[in-house]
Design a protein around this ligand. Structure first.
Ligand SMILES: [Zn+2]
Length: 93
């Protein structure tokens, strides 16, 4: 018997430098596997409990902008990635 953990790949958002990014995943990447985010970051995968990253992370607006473009989602002209006013990521304590 196995315990199946179901993962919705649309809800997998890799955290890099305190930001929630997006990536187009075709499967669950293994630890150490390299993925590329929609904003172009290439990073190795590491798995951690959700609670260890959530309080610190903020959205990657560049990934959000690219995700919207790929899915035909409207983007307002004041989107932070368009204005160049993306706030800095929070720093871990
Ligand atoms: Zn990103």
């Amino acid at each position: 018997m196995t315990a199946q953990i179901m993962v919705d790949l649309e809800r997998v958002h890799p955290v890099v430098d305190g930001r929630w990014h997006r990536a187009t995943l075709t499967g669950i990447p293994g630890p150490g596997e390299v993925i590329t985010t929609l904003c172009g970051r290439t990073e190795q995968v590491e798995y951690l409990p959700y609670s260890s990253a959530a309080p610190l992370a903020t959205i990657c607006w560049d990934c959000d902008l690219e995700y919207r473009a790929r899915h035909g989602i409207a983007t307002l002209p004041n989107h932070p990635a368009l204005r160049g006013t993306v706030p800095p990521a929070p720093r871990a304590k």
